[in-house]
Design a binder for this molecule. Structure first.
Ligand SMILES: Nc1ncnc2c1ncn2[C@@H]1O[C@H](COP(=O)(O)OP(=O)(O)OP(=O)(O)O)[C@@H](O)[C@H]1O
Length: 547
């Protein structure tokens, strides 16, 4: 909705009154503001209105804002390396005398010694900072990555660490000065959280897909070749065949998700949560994320191998919880467990389902991955009201080429405050076709002024003049005219007028009869009580008073 026009009356010697049209009661009548406006004016006895355009781009937008989440957007980079910002944001200080540096360094030395015993390299450790280290438990796996993050409190007394390798997950904490709350004793052997089960195809009893299941996939346009490449298998429960989607990392079975004929899903207990197909995005700079395993297989049919599926489907809605830490972000552990695969991606296409949960999932992923590198797809229309909801539906009903187009036409994920002209085409069209309503302004009601001045929403009008020259009366008459012609209502900030006086002046202009018995001209009739009562109703419907 466009901004309302704003009338500002300046007595050349004594600015004092401000009028606002319509409901937006946002401008104060403070002297400061009026004085500031005065700089824009050359003192002149003229009473002609001056126009100042307030709607210049970059200062005030008259367009609706995009809906925004109340939660701060969070980028993966911030999550992965959140610690760079800690230098600017002091953490809690535990020392009673934080400036007692000798104590801090003494404590830190003790702490370092204890950490060395556990197997940490303490050379680069500093208080108040996170350090990325090799985990003494898993040694960073085959890639020997520095997957452990360790934080030392500002007082140098407490170290907390966690290994982010999905297969390890070791964590612990230790204090320089051991007291009752110390967990050093317990943690001299580093504790493992939720040790992950080691599984194999044999241990799970997985078998190659039977012809019936291959045919089932065939109906969904998933080829045998794609099934084989993704090691889709089956498990037998009694006489029932269940589809087994194998979750692998570096070719090793990490987890397995099952699906029965009734579309029930379940996952092997105690296994690590990772993306489905994560090996396919190892070195990819473009990544597609979908909401289900069959959608991942569908993308492959359209020629996109660089695709992964989330393991748990979509949440019902966007969470209002504030992100605390990777460890506490339980629902999205699969993302953190695979973060090294995602870090390299410069473009992440979120091809989640087109329904509300799918959109919520896209939002949750975008927050964590960083909106600036996320894109989203637009699923094609099924009919006048519906859209196809996911990759497999598009593949089945429209074919691989259309699915390819959907991905190729993905658009940038909306970022707060970043738009493009196409977002405004409706408004631009309306402007061109004169259908917006008041884009060229409304008449003041005085025909002689039409070619010189009209009241345009979003613009500021300053009415200036020498004292007592009729500025207030003119503005009141203008408001009455505009109310009569186009029905606008107004907010009045007129401190110089008593409310009852202002009511009288406005009623006289509206009813076109004097409020009191005129002291001149016998034939001039005073407004009747009925007219007065109707006039009061008009007053309260037309004006708001800022006092
Ligand atoms: N067109 C008019 N015909 C007759 N009287 C008028 C007219 N315009 C204004 N007046 C009268 O002149 C007086 C001053 O008018 P008004 O208060 O509108 O002036 P102003 O410029 O707003 O004054 P100030 O600078 O003191 O705020 C009022 O008594 C008003 O009724």
């Amino acid at each position: 909705m466009p901004f309302s026009p704003l009338f500002l009356k300046l007595r050349v010697s004594d600015p004092q009154m401000l009028l606002l049209q319509q409901q937006r009661l946002v401008i104060s009548s403070s002297r400061t503001m009026l004085m500031a406006s005065k700089h824009l004016l050359k003192p002149t006895p003229s009473t002609l209105p001056l126009k100042l355009n307030l709607s210049s781009p970059g200062t005030i937008s008259s367009f609706p804002l995009k809906p925004n989440s109340r939660i701060l957007p969070i980028s993966l980079k911030t999550f992965v390396l959140p610690y760079t910002s800690h230098s600017n944001v002091p953490g809690p200080v535990y020392s009673e005398n934080p400036e007692d540096t000798s104590n801090i360094s003494a404590r830190l030395n003790v702490l370092k010694k204890k950490l060395e015993v556990i197997g940490f390299d303490t050379q680069m450790l500093k208080t108040g900072q996170y350090s990325h280290l090799t985990c003494p438990t898993c040694k960073g796996g085959d890639s020997m990555e520095k997957s452990l993050s360790l934080f030392i409190t500002l007082d140098g007394n407490h170290a907390v660490w966690m290994c982010h390798r999905g297969k390890c997950g070791s964590r612990g904490n230790i204090r320089a000065i051991v007291n009752d709350s110390s967990s050093y004793g317990r943690l001299s052997q580093i504790t493992k959280i939720k040790p992950k089960r080691e599984i194999t195809e044999e241990s799970l009893g997985l078998k190659p897909l039977c012809s019936e299941l291959v045919a089932y996939f065939g109906e969904r346009m998933i080829s045998k070749k794609t099934l084989a490449r993704n090691s889709v298998m089956q498990k037998t429960y009694g006489d029932q065949f269940i589809i087994a989607f194998t979750y692998q990392r570096n070719g090793v079975l990490v987890s397995c998700k099952y699906r029965d004929v009734n579309k029930n899903f379940w996952q092997e207990k105690g296994t690590e949560k990772i993306f489905y197909g994560v090996d396919d995005i190892k070195e990819a700079s473009d990544i597609i994320i979908v909401e289900g395993e069959i959608d991942k297989l569908s993308m492959e049919e359209a020629g996109f191998y660089n695709c992964v599926s989330v393991p748990d489907g979509a949440p019902p809605s966007v969470s209002t919880k504030v992100f605390e830490s990777e460890e506490k972000d339980i629902k999205y552990q699969y993302l953190w467990n695979c973060k090294e695969y995602l870090e390299k991606a410069s473009r992440i296409i979120l091809a989640t389902d087109g329904d509300a949960p799918g959109l919520a999932l896209a939002e949750e992923l975008a927050r964590r991955l960083g909106r600036e590198r996320c894109w989203r797809v637009k699923w094609p229309k099924k009919n006048e009201v519906e859209h196809f909801k996911d990759a497999n539906e598009v593949l089945m009903y429209l074919g691989p080429d259309v699915l390819k187009e959907v991905i190729e036409n993905a658009e940038i994920y909306p970022i707060q405050g970043l738009f493009n002209f196409s977002h405004y085409f409706n408004e631009i069209d309306g402007y061109y076709h004169h259908t917006l309503g008041f884009e060229l302004g409304v008449s003041t009601g005085w025909r002689g002024l039409n070619g010189l001045y009209n009241v345009v929403p979003g613009e500021l009008t300053v009415v200036t003049g020498v004292p007592n020259s009729g500025k207030s009366e003119w503005i009141d008459a203008l408001l009455c005219n505009i109310n009569r012609s186009v029905g606008w209502s107004f907010a009045l900030c007129s401190m110089e007028n008593k409310v009852r006086e202002h009511a009288r002046k406005l009623l006289e202009k509206h009813i076109k009869k004097p409020f009191f018995k005129a002291g001149y001209g016998e034939s001039i009739e005073r407004m009747t009580i009925e007219e007065f009562e109707l006039g009061k109703k008009w007053l309260s419907e037309t004006f708001y008073l800022i006092r």
